[in-house]
Design a protein around this ligand. Sequence first.
Ligand code: NAD
Length: 472
Amino acid sequence: MGEHIETDLLVIGGGSGGLSVAAGASQMGADVVLLEGHKMGGDCLNYGCVPSKALLASARHAHAMTAGAPFGIAPHDPLIDYAGAKGHVKSVIAKIAPHDSVERFESLGVRVITDYGSFISRNTVDAGGTRISARRIVIATGSRPFVPPIPGLEGVTCHTNETIFDLQERPDHLIIIGGGPIGLEMAQAHVRLGSRVTVLEWAAALGKDDPELAAIVLESFRTEGVAIVEGAQAERVTGADGEITVHTKGGGTHTGSHLLMAVGRTPNIERLNLDKAGVAHDGRGISVDKRLRTSNRQVYAIGDTVAGGLQFTHVANYHAGIVIRQALFGLPARATAHHIPWATYTDPELAQVGLTEAQARQKHGIHLEVLRFEYGQNDRALAEGKTRGLIKVMVHRGRPVGASIVGAQAGELIQTWALAISSKLKVGAVANMVAPYPTLGEINKRAAGQYYVPRLFENDRVKRFVRFIQRW
Ligand code: NAD
């Protein structure tokens, strides 16, 4: 019979969400046990956000060598060491890994067990023979790539984001199934590192974002040579590694040397034995209420395991804070999604917070105002040659309810609007902010300023009033 541990808080899963809960709770005095059966840091550190941004950084350097002509720098073809770029990816992971390591968490006072957990009752979990009973349990087991049962897939190597970063030989022609953020980030990384790339997308690529802004990204991809085929549902795969053919519904065929599947994710809940704990779930994940409590009130679920939730590292971290407030301080914190931003780190970047224009029009009808401003009117964007871009801010009764940005640094610029929405600021707060000149950040201020154009500059009453004051 193994050890039986009793603890205040048991965290199952050592990815972004679980590590945030464990670090926060133990530093605030709780007795915490953390289970991780695979890699500390989870998908984000090992297979997701970190390696993808590192590979995109290599790709950006390669691209810059070809794009200097307008700046007076003779372009030339970069000598690309694909394995070297993968070495950069590995080195970035290695630099961040100590922060997420077993050693660091043990130094914070967390008891880390390197095994998978499985419920044996409503408040007890077994991990490799050790039983852990806890007053509160947090499920943070994340998600993994969904690989649909496409006939023929078993006959070829089908990469996912869990294997593509280990690939050392550059794909001659990478076929990517799925035109969401993973598919498109990997498409641009590979085309810039010298592969031919074809993206097959069932519906519309970047379909969760504003279509007007997504179109600007897609046009830029096509200019760089990425073939994006929309309305192409992958149905069947034939051939062998090196010459893989994907057949799409309606008779299309696309042949490439390598295959990457990026059609969404599936929650990691199978090993948990959730029924033993009375935790309700379905194929999409675990059902929770606004406070992230499952059907077993002692058990919370956070991040990608939550059914129907937004699947982002920053959402898992946000959820961690919601759980800590409740489990440690007894405060009735609630998770909301209206202020959660996201960004796709392509060039140009694409970022969103709150409602898109279409969602806002549906919700607010004629009371909606959409403020627009183009990157081409920003002096810094002109200096940097980054004029391809656009911001839209959706405003209802003087307050922003959504913002969409495509262009350089969109993931940074969106943060002003994430703050405005989460703090319920008026659009005037952004318009009145003094931004350093010349920065891309002025795009936010100028967009906000558009709110006052019809009210101040195109308003006869204002003009009459000003003339009157001048005479007085
Ligand atoms: P996704 O769900 O965002 O996109 C998958 C795409 O695949 C969809 O557009 C879908 O229509 C298409 N598809 C599904 N089946 C298909 C088929 N048989 N043939 C052709 N196309 C098919 O999924 P993803 O890109 O894998 O990303 C997974 C999650 O991770 C998402 O929630 C995403 O937002 C998140 N993510 C975010 C970032 C970021 O924030 N930068 C980066 C990567 C992933």
